[in-house]
Design a protein around this ligand. Structure first.
Ligand SMILES: *[C@@H]1O[C@H](CO)[C@@H](O)[C@H](O)[C@H]1NC(C)=O
Ligand SMILES: *[C@@H]1O[C@H](CO)[C@@H](O)[C@H](O)[C@H]1NC(C)=O
Length: 585
């Protein structure tokens, strides 16, 4: 009698647990299914994106102030090959050209960011407003709207005005909250009649961790164990303040939406039957996405962050946690400040538990988590070292967001893959594969009930990739950075993505395979043309380096002599032919 009784009590308990946890994320579900043919809901928005410092160039033109990235990239040894974003894609001068590329792709929306120092050179609104900077964004917004492309505008994509960094210590200082709010308010005032989708911050995790903890990004500070938490704390408050500003001052007239864009890898337990691995995976995701999303949706940091950082701080003999805390008023002010959630996602890791020693000297954001990251060597990694293609992780992440934050409206704001190529390559078959599989997993997530309203391929153009310089290319369009005109060339993935957009998904296997075959066929001839063009410009550059006077000679050879010789040969051939024909007669 006894054992069976215990068993049935267990059953009842389990049932109760299951019912109460109906909206919990199921870590043990194995969701690696086959390709799903089908279409997206009507009105699904397809887009591409980029950001100001990565694409605009014109770093010191028309009254723009310096940003922390201008200063950081000009320091030697910070960026691959000591490259800078000084001219980058020259997007500042190519609004019409670039919008026509978007039109060619049939995009519904485009994500770009506003450079804060371009419109407020010192970052402090009462100092000076740069009208020429405002004109540039006016022109871009109008051009998009004329072409029926919805602008989705990011207010902060990492380029803080340098003056604010020097005077206040940037995001380490609470005063950023008000300065950022003033800047955002100016953007709502000037652009809000036309812009209805605002993103306060793009990937604040990177701003906090790489800017203020590891120092790999601008401003390059290494405040281990404290810098990232402090920066994030101020960023979250700044986000909330800007949302409230919009809500109280502009929403009535402008009827737009304000969200934030969070980037995060998926963390999959190494062993889904091991509770410690599951807990470690959850910590991994909470220390990235949850760090920002939990305060914004639930009013406070994830419990597991408070527990872990708090315990480690105590072990280090600190009186208070290195993770700052919100007051009750702040919690209710921050909670619910999100009209939509932007998700940036690129890759996945396997996660397991790892104990880190908690000495004071070793304290850091990374050791606070007590996790180890692993990758499967079979995962393809065509480009950036960190970017393994693991499509099913995307569906898992989207489902996690749905269960954790009450099924919010989601826009995928960044998803894509880079390539690391020394030679020119427009035939990016692996990027087609990546987009095909990741977009398909997003479609499955929508079938699971996740509320995804739009998707943004990252990125429209090859561009400056922060500390990686120009060594990694994420673009649908290839940019020839060695040519001072920065010409753009479509990669094969342009043709493929365009087909996905015009069919609003994947109609059937035969058609999808056809798109792919055609895209790769047409790229090979443009590839050869571009390679020849690049060889010519490289040859000219080498000559220019060796001996300057030769340059003009070289240009004369290619620009005057070659066409002249060609024309003359054609003429001679024609005369010779006529002569032959006459003789026959
Ligand atoms: C970058 O600058 C540093 C410091 O001047 C120098 O040592 C290094 O060789 C430079 N790298 C390249 C690729 O020019
Ligand atoms: C913030 O800026 C103010 C004004 O410059 C300064 O007095 C204060 O020390 C700064 N705080 C931090 C943490 O840097």
């Amino acid at each position: 009698m006894r054992p069976s009784c215990a068993v049935s009590v267990c059953h009842v308990l389990m049932l109760v647990l299951c019912l109460s946890a109906a909206e919990d994320f199921d870590w043990t579900k194995d969701e690696h299914g086959s390709f799903y043919y089908g279409t997206f809901p009507a009105g699904f928005s397809w887009g591409a994106g980029g950001s100001a410092y990565q694409t605009e160039g014109a770093w010191d033109k028309d009254g723009k102030g310096l940003s922390i990235w201008d200063v950081f990239s000009h320091k030697k040894g910070k960026i691959q090959q000591n490259e800078t974003g000084d001219s980058s894609c020259e997007g500042y001068y190519k609004v019409k050209d670039d919008v026509s590329l978007m039109k060619e792709l049939m995009l519904n929306h485009y994500i770009f960011s506003i450079s804060w120092p371009r419109i407020i050179p010192t970052g402090i609104k009462s100092d000076h407003i740069n009208e020429r900077g405002i004109q540039y964004y006016d022109q871009l917004i109008n051009q998009l709207l004329e072409n029926k492309i919805t602008p989705i505008v990011t207010l902060y994509h990492w380029d803080l005005p340098q003056f604010l960094q020097e005077k206040y210590g940037g995001w380490q200082n609470i005063s950023m909250v008000n300065h950022f709010n003033e800047f955002a308010n100016l953007c709502f005032e000037r652009f809000g009649n036309r812009v209805k989708h605002w993103i306060t911050f793009s990937n604040p995790w990177s701003v906090a961790v790489e800017g203020y903890e590891t120092g790999e990004h601008a401003p390059g500070l290494r405040l281990r164990g404290t810098g990232a938490y402090r920066a994030a704390h101020h960023i979250i408050k700044a986000h909330a303040k800007v949302w409230h500003t919009y809500d109280t001052q502009w929403r009535g007239k402008q009827r737009g939406l304000v969200g934030i864009s969070l980037s995060g890898d998926w963390g999959e337990p190494v062993d889904i039957s091991n509770q410690r691995d599951i807990e470690a995976s959850e910590r991994y995701v909470q220390f990235s996405l949850g760090w920002f999303a939990t305060p914004i949706f639930h009013g406070d940091y994830p419990q597991v962050m408070k527990d872990f950082v708090g315990r480690k701080s105590a072990q280090q003999g600190l009186g208070t946690s290195r993770l700052p805390s919100f007051s009750p008023q702040e919690k209710s002010y921050i909670k619910g400040t999100c009209d939509f959630l932007g998700i940036g996602h690129f890759t996945t890791r396997y996660i397991t538990h790892k104990n880190n020693p908690s000495g004071r000297s070793s304290s850091s954001f990374f050791t606070d988590r007590d996790v180890a990251e692993l990758v499967d060597p079979r995962w393809p990694d065509p480009g950036s070292e960190w970017l393994y293609s693991v499509p099913w992780g995307f569906r898992r992440l989207l489902n996690f967001v749905k269960t954790q934050y009450g099924n919010p409206t989601i826009y995928v704001t960044e998803n894509g893959v880079s390539e690391k190529m020394l030679c020119t390559e427009l035939c990016d078959d692996w990027r087609i594969q990546y987009f095909k599989d990741y977009i398909n997993e997003m479609l499955k997530a929508i079938k699971d009930g996740v509320n995804v309203k739009g998707y943004t391929a990252w990125s429209l153009l090859d561009k400056f990739e922060w500390d990686e310089g120009y060594s990694e290319r994420f673009g649908l369009y290839y940019v020839d950075f060695r040519n001072k005109n920065k010409p753009r060339y479509p990669k094969a993935s342009v043709q493929f993505y365009k087909q996905v957009i015009s069919s609003n998904g994947f109609p059937n296997q035969r058609e999808v395979e056809n798109w792919r075959r055609k895209a790769v066929e047409t790229c090979s001839s443009s590839n050869q043309l571009l390679a020849a063009e690049e060889q010519r410009s490289t040859a000219a550059n080498i000559l220019r380096l060796i001996h300057d006077p030769l340059t003009s000679h070289m240009e004369m050879v290619t620009e005057i002599v070659v066409p002249t010789v060609c024309t003359l040969s054609i003429l001679l051939c024609a005369i010779f032919l006529m002569f032959l024909l006459r003789r026959r007669n």
